[in-house]
Design a protein around this ligand. Structure first.
Ligand code: 1GP
Length: 235
């Protein structure tokens, strides 16, 4: 029987095994590049491929994921910027709530809009608390969600937000500095959040070097997500 993705992430977290996800944005990646890209992802021994973006046109994600599936067996997890990006071709969906923001559209409206599709879908749905931390840039997710990020030095707020997410029943917490962030999520913030939650922690945004990757793991990230550095062939 295929192990459910959330179970795999939880077990890895319990055992202290560190996971890597490569984020692909269908808006920035041509279908013709998929065979080469899939090989590069496999060479990195990535555990997961995240697919999603802020400006993906309707209908594109389905074709993108189907093509990826022809070239790799690495499980594909949707990380949608909008409910229109949800497709049955993937394995799982991060069912995101933007907990750092106060915009109802990204706290509950998008989720409701996804239900007519999801109720007939086979996707594994993973409730995820998504928390934006100031990465020093006006990231796409900030612009689109019209929310503000938690400052890196407001560790108490980040911790309380993560704990509230856990109490609300989220199964994962995702600390996000924003794609292409200038500053990654600080080690101290990652470790404080990790100390206070007993669900797996994902960290992403601006990670470009092995050193930054290892620091995120050492601070307590169970999974690190890398998008821009992979796109730019830095890793
Ligand atoms: C963005 O956390 C991911 O949602 C990855 O960020 O593109 O900066 O690696 P980067």
């Amino acid at each position: 029987m295929t192990e459910l993705i959330l179970e795999h992430i939880k077990k890895a977290s319990e055992k202290g095994e560190k996971l890597l996800a490569i984020l692909l944005d269908p808006d920035k990646t041509a279908l013709e590049e998929i065979p080469t890209i899939s090989k590069r992802i496999e060479q990195l021994n990535a555990n997961y491929i995240f697919v999603g973006g802020s400006f993906v046109e309707n209908g594109i994600t389905g074709i993108f994921v189907k093509t990826l599936k022809e070239h790799t067996k690495i499980p594909i997890i949707l990380f949608p910027g909008d409910y229109s990006q949800i497709t049955n071709s993937a394995d799982a969906l991060l069912f995101l709530s933007l907990l750092s923001g106060r915009n109802p559209e990204y706290l509950i409206e998008q989720q409701i809009k996804s239900v007519p599709f999801l109720k007939n879908s086979t996707l594994e749905i993973i409730p995820t608390g998504y928390i934006l931390i100031d990465g020093g840039t006006n990231s796409s997710v900030l612009k689109i969600s019209k929310t503000t990020a938690i400052p890196q030095d407001n560790i108490d707020l980040a911790v309380s937000t993560a704990i509230a997410g856990m109490y609300k029943g989220k199964q994962l917490i995702y600390l996000e500095a924003g794609s292409g962030a200038k500053n990654v999520v600080q080690e101290k913030l990652i470790s404080k959040v990790k100390q206070h939650i007993n669900i797996p922690l994902i960290v992403g945004g601006g990670i470009k070097t092995k050193n930054q990757l290892n620091n995120a793991y050492k601070s307590g990230a169970d999974m690190v997500v890398i998008g821009t550095a992979f796109e730019n062939k830095l890793i």
